[in-house]
Design a protein around this ligand. Sequence first.
Ligand code: MGD
Ligand code: MGD
Ligand code: SF4
Ligand code: MO
Length: 859
Amino acid sequence: MREIRTTCAYCGVGCGIRATVTGERSVTIKGDTEHPANFGKLCSKGTHLGETVGLEGRLLTPMIGDRQAGWDEALDLAATKMRQCIAEHGPDSVAFYVSGQLLTEDYYVANKLMKGFIGSGNIDTNSRLCMASAVAAHNRAFGEDVVPCTYDDLDEADLILLVGSNTAWCHPVIWQRIEAARQKRGTKLVVIDPRRTETAEQADLYVALAPDGDVALFSALLADMRDRGLLDAAFLDQKCDTPAGYVEGLIASAHGIDPDTFKALSDLVAAHPRMISLFSQGANQSRSGTDKGNAIINLHLATGLISEPGMGPFSITGQPNAMGGREVGGLANMLACHLGFSAEERADVALFWNAPNICSGPGLKAVDMFRAVHDGRIKFLWVMATNPAVSMPDAGFVREALARCETVVVSDVLADTDTSRLAHIRLPALGWSEKDGTVTNSERRISRQRALLAAPREARADWAILCDFAGRMGWGKAFDFTSAAAIFSEYAQMTSLAVKHGKVLDLTDLALLDDAAFDALDPVIWGGRHPLAKRFSHTDGKARIVAVSAPAVPALDPAFPLRLNTGRYRDQWHTMTRTGLSPTLSQHRREALLEVHPRDALQHGLADGGLAEVSTASGKAIFRVAVTDSQRPGDLFVPMHWTDSFSGEARANRLPSQDTDPVSGQPGFKDTPAAVNPVRTQWRAFLASRDAVEITGMRWWSRSRVPGGWLYELAGDADCSPDALLPTGERLEAADMTRGMRRFVMRGADGSLVAALFLTRSGELPARDWVADQLGQSSAAALELLAGRPSAPVPDRGPIVCVCHGIGANTIREAACAGAETVEAIGAATCAGTNCGSCRPAIARLLQEFRLETAEAAA
Ligand SMILES: Nc1nc2c(c(=O)[nH]1)N[C@H]1C(S)=C(S)[C@@H](COP(=O)(O)OP(=O)(O)OC[C@H]3O[C@@H](n4cnc5c(=O)[nH]c(N)nc54)[C@H](O)[C@@H]3O)O[C@H]1N2
Ligand SMILES: Nc1nc2c(c(=O)[nH]1)N[C@H]1C(S)=C(S)[C@@H](COP(=O)(O)OP(=O)(O)OC[C@H]3O[C@@H](n4cnc5c(=O)[nH]c(N)nc54)[C@H](O)[C@@H]3O)O[C@H]1N2
Ligand code: SF4
Ligand SMILES: [Mo]
């Protein structure tokens, strides 16, 4: 059995993995102890990657409409359509919408094809929804999109500010690194977030700011450092260009933050020059996202806290290859290799590529791109490795746009996604375990992703699909790549242009790797640890302090009195196309929850565990209510993950508007005016089913994966017909008319449970885990299932906290009751938290709750 070193499929931490192929479609996964991003650690998602490499749901042949087609036919059709489009309407009538989940080699080829050969700037990426504001802030401040520090700096910092980052859930291995630094050197941690997340709960100081309060906060911190005499006059003078009077004019008071908290924060900042400000989507995904980035960077520049060990503004990337995409030019407003669109840069790139049709300027950014699709300016759209029908704001509009578009091509690993349902041509791409190339992580480290398994059926690498297509467009010579290595080498060579134009992106040392050397390539950081230490990339070598001002607090619309925030769950990834298929990862949160403060719940008549409809100017969606004081009064939170494949009505992106940051074009996903109302239905039901069921005509439903099949939660008004939910065959049925309860059980020939349905108008539904555990088992307890409860009580482990060991909250509380006082002691008693460690913050939260309860009981 071969062990192969590769990189995790998910987040921008970029953890190294050692994978062992154990069968045709099976692999085992462990952390790579030698990889400098993770030194062997993996979070829950990385640990359970093995559960996602099966062929369930895969697209394995090209499809034209609903019929299978050969590659020749599908790509010929796509090329004919594109040629017609360009001939009739010009190159700007076509567009690529790509993704930070492509490899650098895929990205490079897509960008070269669009910007050099098709001749349009219309290639944009889901990084527009993710990193665009940080990119714009870097470009404004540094003259180049460069992260000025690395993970090593986290180990050496004395103070870490997390700004709009739920690190414990979204970058768990960075989180573990921060925790280690806290233990080792007493690093202080501040979390700045309107929600008290599991990350915030672990902080030394939690700053509960109002949505979009960041610019005001960081400007006030800068003013306070000025008043304390802590600005670095020499650095400002020699290394920065500062708008006259800007720093002097700032006021040291942050509106909306409790003065004591501000004082505590400011004292911490003043006392700890080794300070990292790690920022993520709470900063980027905002109508003031670019200004937030610059407000953070301004503080570091003005105090000179940059490019030294343990300090710097650190934007962390989300997707595994968000950074690689930014390097090669996947954003519509960059040409390639950190270059822009000046005549000289365009000429240099045209010469390097030998490109016949170098584009004349930037293309449309994602939101504008879909507007152009909607109004018919773009007539040919190719979507690669992203699911915009779910992940774009105002996704209803995006669906309309796709439905109107003359030609939609979708390259994906899955046959059926919310986006591919609207495609004319679907192309099967290789998935994580099959593809081969490079990714760049948050700290600019390039790592190899290596193929573990053979390509299934006709699936092909994204770059290979694009090269084949380019050949059909008549540009075969410029796209005659036969390996990822050849593409990487051309890209590395091309970075000499970046160097020529004064940028620090320089991969020229890697340009001469042959296939074997590329295959063996060890993780390598470009730009070194502090790439901006000598000079910044503006032509004068200086950084820019950018004059930013706090955005006006939006006027309250009485129709939408609340503010809707959206984000992520610990164990789901984006639109759930992979993590949604993992029974283990599905345990952490089985449904999309609407988190709401008790005051708002009371005011709007919402019950914990009930359903509620959220509405905004863009649309409506329904979620299960979770009442929690971790929300600020007036703020709502829902997860972004659920799609039409996993729920009816719980799709978050029906709700956010198309409003974007004026500089970066990034949507403000985290603050949408909203209203909320309770949803009361005639009946509720719970179905456990071995096979997936198509659900129609419900008010709301949601499904999740369990080892033997699927669990469905359902609610509706019209009469519920069991026939629509259960397979044909012999059914056992029991009815309890007083409580309006009906139960149905279906078993296979071998006696195993095929499906169980529980319907009620007013009563309790049975314990889900108990029913789910019996799916597919040969001796399902049919009579007990019909009775709706086990004959002997089954211990209730409570909501699952540790997915690796299947440990629930109740088990952890019992251990706490028996005397376990620390996360370690809980681990020793129950195993919880001892594998990947992703649940350690949740265990800490339970322990805290438990301590409070016992203290209250004692008082
Ligand atoms: N488990 C998991 N991990 C992931 C992903 C995933 O889907 N699942 N996706 C990856 C990707 S692509 C990305 S981009 C990252 C995202 O990683 P994060 O940015 O950490 O994730 P989010 O949950 O989107 O948002 C972070 C926090 O911003 C807060 N926030 C909202 N508004 C504001 C504000 O005005 N100011 C401040 N300071 N904070 C605010 C939210 O309350 C939220 O807690 O995660 C990556 N990692
Ligand atoms: N409300 C709200 N919306 C958000 C966000 C938010 O915080 N709130 N966050 C935004 C952010 S930061 C991001 S990054 C986006 C993410 O949003 P998306 O990019 O839309 O999400 P994914 O589910 O990762 O979609 C990836 C798709 O590519 C497919 N795929 C996987 N690997 C490959 C491959 O190698 N090749 C090809 N061709 N296909 C592949 C998968 O099957 C899947 O369909 O969502 C954004 N949307
Ligand atoms: S932190 Fe988790 S999801 Fe991110 S790269 Fe590492 S193992 Fe993968
Ligand atoms: Mo992202």
